[in-house]
Design a protein. Structure first.
Length: 278
């Protein structure tokens, strides 16, 4: 997807689905937000720029880490997600603020102390230019900390459901360009390091952050339904006019292999925890 298509996507059904499932997604991805905040080591009074902030969990967390007197700034393209972020900030009495903008073209009214992101920076059409633009929003001695996914094949939580459904597709989807904008665009560690250097960031550190994800749902079928709702399978089911029940059955059978005694499903995930200086 190019930037315009991505913006349309997150302002359509996809954005609303993420709003509807926000509490479950926050629980599923909470350890990654915590990992970013730990790495960022936000000091009292510091303001963070949260790229692809979604429903605002990381922005609100950064604001709390800074002492809560000044607000961090979250930027996202999605109207429904930003509405939820602002609602959460108001309910929490947080000074965090949110702007609807494409971060690759956005200019803040003031310099910020650091950039943070949880899975929000992999969607730029021109990532080097986008990171250069973001670099210009951060003070001279500032820094960044963000989390992005490693390769799809190393993320069982996303890969296994897709593989289970593959025999039931009318036609296999084309192999994606591994560098195209999307969740796994920064799988190549060396390419990511080169992008950051080209964009003006210094002393980059890209370290593996590998853990298990507990999928939403108290039983296997509920977890499978969740993956069909938010993952790429929902789009393929609609595009190829597939039988959702057959796909659900195949995915449920596969996820059952990773079910714990209590019925919850845990699957491997692999990310990069990225840090650099401005």
């Amino acid at each position: 997807m190019n930037n315009d298509a991505m913006i349309e996507y997150w302002n359509g059904a996809a954005g609303q689905k993420w709003v509807d499932q926000s509490d479950r997604l926050d629980a599923m991805l909470g350890q990654f937000a915590d990992g970013v905040l730990d790495a960022a080591a936000i000091q009292s009074g510091e303001r963070a720029l949260d790229i692809g902030c979604g429903a605002g969990v990381l922005t609100l967390g950064a604001t709390a880490k800074s002492g809560g007197a000044v607000g961090s700034l979250g930027v996202d393209v999605s109207t429904p997600l930003l509405a939820l972020a602002r609602k959460r900030a108001a309910e929490a009495g947080s000074p965090a603020t949110f702007e609807q903008a494409d971060a690759s073209a956005y200019t803040a009214e003031y310099k910020l102390d650091l950039m943070i992101s949880r899975f929000g920076v992999m969607f730029f059409e021109d990532p080097a230019a986008a990171f250069a633009k973001i670099h210009g929003q951060i003070r001279t001695d500032g820094r960044m900390a963000f989390m992005c996914w490693q390769a799809l094949s190393l993320n069982d939580w996303a890969f296994a459901p897709f593989q289970a459904a593959l025999p039931l597709l009318k036609e296999a989807p084309p192999s994606p360009d591994p560098t195209a904008p999307g969740p796994f665009a920064f799988a190549d560690k060396e390419r990511l390091a080169d992008i950051l250097t080209e964009a003006g960031w210094r002393n980059s550190s890209i370290e593996p952050f590998e853990t298990e994800i507990t999928l939403p749902g108290n039983d296997v079928e509920t977890s499978a339904r969740f993956m069909l709702q938010l993952g790429p399978l929902s789009r393929l089911i609609a595009e190829q006019d597939l039988d959702p029940q057959s796909i659900l059955s195949a995915v449920t059978d596969r996820l059952a292999e990773n079910a714990e005694p209590d019925g919850r499903v845990k699957m491997k995930s692999a990310c990069w925890l990225v840090q650099a200086n401005a």
